[in-house]
Structures are given as structure tokens and as C-alpha cells.
Design a binder for this molecule. Sequence first.
Ligand SMILES: NC(=O)c1ccc[n+]([C@@H]2O[C@H](COP(=O)([O-])OP(=O)(O)OC[C@H]3O[C@@H](n4cnc5c(N)ncnc54)[C@H](O)[C@@H]3O)[C@@H](O)[C@H]2O)c1
Length: 250
Amino acid sequence: MIDLSGHKAFVTGAASGIGRATANTLAEAGAYVIACDIAADKADEVTAELAAQKGGGEFVALDVTDPAAILACCDDVTGRHGAMNILVNVAGWDRTEPFVENSPEFIEKIVQLNYLGQVRVCQAFVKPMMESGAGAKIVNVSSDAGRVGSMGETVYAGAKGGVMAFSKSLAREMARHNICVNVVCPGPTDTPLFEGQSERIKEALLRAIPFRRLATPQDVADGILYFASPRANYVTGQVLSISGGLTMSG
Ligand SMILES: NC(=O)c1ccc[n+]([C@@H]2O[C@H](COP(=O)([O-])OP(=O)(O)OC[C@H]3O[C@@H](n4cnc5c(N)ncnc54)[C@H](O)[C@@H]3O)[C@@H](O)[C@H]2O)c1
């Protein structure tokens, strides 16, 4: 049994899909969860769900592509709660289309959101973690697209590959501070993001997954819970695919 009582967790992308399941799972294990998302209209329902869990929590609105807003949010959150024990970067987005058709604006958005957003949130929150000296857990959500490539998701796959390389290097820098940094790579997961895929791609993926079903957001949140917990105290710089066996990377 994983007990996160007394831990404080900051989770991005927490209004939907994997991030929302993660926020609820960490709060169920006893952590106080600061659920962050750009979708401020979901604040009431996210807050109500967290209030029903053991650890409770709150919602904060944040656009992770806005560097100044990240710093202000980190100041506010750590000013009220102290350094986080857990940081989970989940916010992300993509649209499948041929690489040659990607507009400059689309490419910019994909990199800002899926790569630089995680870099900037990590940089803001890791400083108070280091100063606290209490150790911490960082879990960054990448994608199997970043491990094995994905047709029509070329720039996204590059950004998600960057998340893995960044996380491994950060893990090396942070080990002396007892801050573990690990990565979860979801495979196709039943969320609003995946809903946006074409029926043809959805059917092909289902046929290719050994378990013959999509991941649920809870399947992914359970892997994140492990990395965020004291059960992973000696684990850092690692990448875990949660994909029903679709990818089996060495
Ligand atoms: N669903 C899948 O099949 C799948 C597969 C591999 C990886 N992933 C990754 O998992 C993560 C979560 O995806 P999901 O499927 O739960 O998606 P989702 O669309 O259900 O949830 C993503 C959340 O991120 C939030 N968000 C978007 N832009 C933001 C911004 N600028 N600032 C703050 N929040 C923002 C959205 O409002 C939303 O609540 C993403 O990083 C995604 O790339 C998903």
C-alpha cells in the first residue's frame, strides 16, 4: 500500500484524461494535490473530485507555454504550501497530420507545450525542492511516439523524445539532492486527446496492441503513482512504457 500522507504534489494537465486520473490517484494515496490546467472552466469539478479523496487538493489555472506565468504560479504555490514533494508534468497535445503540412505556428506550439513547458515547470519547481533538502519525485509524461516514432506525429515525437533525454540528464544533476526524475510513456490511451484520432488509425492501433484494448487513464496513473512514491526511492532516469505491450523497447 502506498501512503503519500503529508506529501504535496503539483500536477499539470490535471483537468482531463491522464492528468486528472493522476491527480485523483495521488490524492487517494493521501497527497495534497495542486491540480493545474489551462482549462479554468474545469476548476469546480476537479476541486470537488479532489475533496472526495483522502489527501484533498485545489485547482490552479496555468498555461504551461507562458514562462512568466509558470514562475508566478510556482511562487504562489510554494509560498502557500512550501516546496513540492512530487511534480508530475502531464499537459500535452498533438494533432496527426503529415510533417510537410505542419505550419510554423503548429510546430512552435507542439514544441512549446510538449517540451519547453515541461522544461520550464521543472526548472521553476526544482529550485525550492533543492532548497528544502527533503528530496522529491519528478515524473514527466512523454509518449511511446518519442521512443519508436509515430506516423503523422513527427514533431510531437521529437518533442517527446526530448522529454526523455532532458529527464535523464536532470536525473543525473538532481541525484545529489535526492530528487528522482523518471518518465512514463503512455501508449494509446482512452482520453479526449486520443478521441481526436481518425477511426482508421484507432482500429489499426487496437489490432496491434497485444492486450487488444486501449490503456485507461488509470492504467497510466498507476505507473505515475509508483514513480511518485517512496517505493521508487532508488529509481531515477528511467522510462516506463504503459502501452499494453504495443511497444517493447529495450
Ligand atoms: N491519450 C493518449 O493516447 C496519449 C498517448 C501518449 C502520450 N500522451 C500524453 O499524455 C499526456 C496527457 O494526455 P491526455 O491523453 O490525458 O490528454 P487530454 O487532452 O485528455 O488532457 C490534456 C490536458 O492538458 C491540458 N493542457 C493543454 N494545453 C495546456 C497548457 N498550455 N497549459 C496547461 N494545460 C494544458 C488540457 O487542458 C487537458 O486538460 C500528454 O502529454 C500527451 O501527449 C497521451
